[in-house]
Ligand binder design. Structure first.
Ligand code: SAM
Length: 279
């Protein structure tokens, strides 16, 4: 198949990934809900809870797409309910009232900017960023967030800039995942945390069979029905199969210099959260 990337060059893979996300940008959020039965929302909530950002955290969310992680981060880091996402209704859209963002100007006057949380959403694809920006302005979120077009393998960002780095369902689309993790290490401040949420390997063979059947048979069909795009969704399934398993990815993160590297399986290992610190 033309989406089985083993037989294509790196340049072709980059172009293909670009066109996949350009094609799906408009339908991306709808498709996420349809394919996962809404579970991706719970995975993302859990991911932010694990990150547990304090007020004042400067985050870069790489391959941030339409802003799902960024919005959750702001909601978590900028409310008094810090630490308890359960009080929020994540089934509804985000709205400005949820955030209670500090008044940026008065923070500046007080020289108190370290209490202002901020997320930089970085993505290689302008179409995905534009959908994200549209969602943000619809929800009235115009503070604490900036949008940056850039490649995860060579971030347009200075060394030692961020307290935290997140990448959710993005790294498997990159051509050189070692470069992505090295870049994460470079842009984090000492003490900063790397966190990755990604599809992974289901260890139980029985559950794996059911999952494989579902993803190969159902997801491209949903892609065709909801987004008129069989190929892009077939690619998404194949890219999941080619990503390293939990232990191999953990080793790669350690090789790139991170300490205290751990991972946690969610939903039988359908996805995993990897975490590491730059010490
Ligand atoms: N993080 C978002 C989420 O969880 O909903 C979006 C995930 S989406 C499956 C993957 C994103 O990775 C797309 O927006 C795509 O444009 C982006 N992407 C792919 N390759 C990239 C690269 N080399 N650098 C930065 N972003 C990339």
């Amino acid at each position: 198949t033309h989406f089985g990337f083993q037989s294509v060059t790196e340049e072709e893979k980059e172009e293909k990934v670009y066109s996949v996300f350009k094609n799906v940008a408009d339908k991306y959020d709808l498709m996420n809900d349809a394919m996962s039965g809404g579970i991706h929302r719970l995975w993302k909530d859990h991911f932010i809870r694990r990150l547990n950002p304090k007020q004042g955290t400067k985050l870069i969310d790489v391959a941030g797409g339409t802003g799902d992680i960024a919005f959750r981060f702001l909601k978590y880091a900028c409310t008094e309910n810090n630490g308890n996402l359960n009080d929020f209704d994540f089934t509804s859209d985000f709205s400005a009232e949820d955030f209670e963002m500090p008044d940026f100007e008065s923070e500046q006057l007080l020289g108190n900017q370290e209490h202002t949380s901020h997320v930089t959403v970085c993505d290689i694809n302008q179409s995905m960023l534009e959908v994200g920006q549209g969602r943000a302005s619809q929800a009235g979120i115009n503070q604490g967030i900036s949008w940056l077009k850039g490649n995860a393998e060579s971030l347009p960002v200075q060394d030692n800039t961020f307290d935290a780095y997140t990448i959710a369902f993005g790294i498997r689309n990159c051509t050189h995942i070692d470069k992505v993790v090295e870049e994460a290490y470079r842009v984090l401040k000492p003490g900063g945390r790397f966190m990755c949420l990604e599809f992974s390997r289901v260890p139980n063979p029985l559950i794996r069979r059911v999952y494989d059947e579902y993803s190969f048979q159902v997801i491209p069909v949903l892609g065709q029905i909801l987004a008129s795009d069989w190929d892009s969704y077939k690619y998404l399934v194949e890219s999941i199969r080619q990503f390293p398993c939990q232990e191999d990815f953990k080793t790669l993160i350690q090789t790139c210099g991170f300490s205290a590297v751990t991972y946690e399986n969610l939903t039988f290992g359908v996805v995993a959260i990897h975490s590491g610190f730059k010490l």
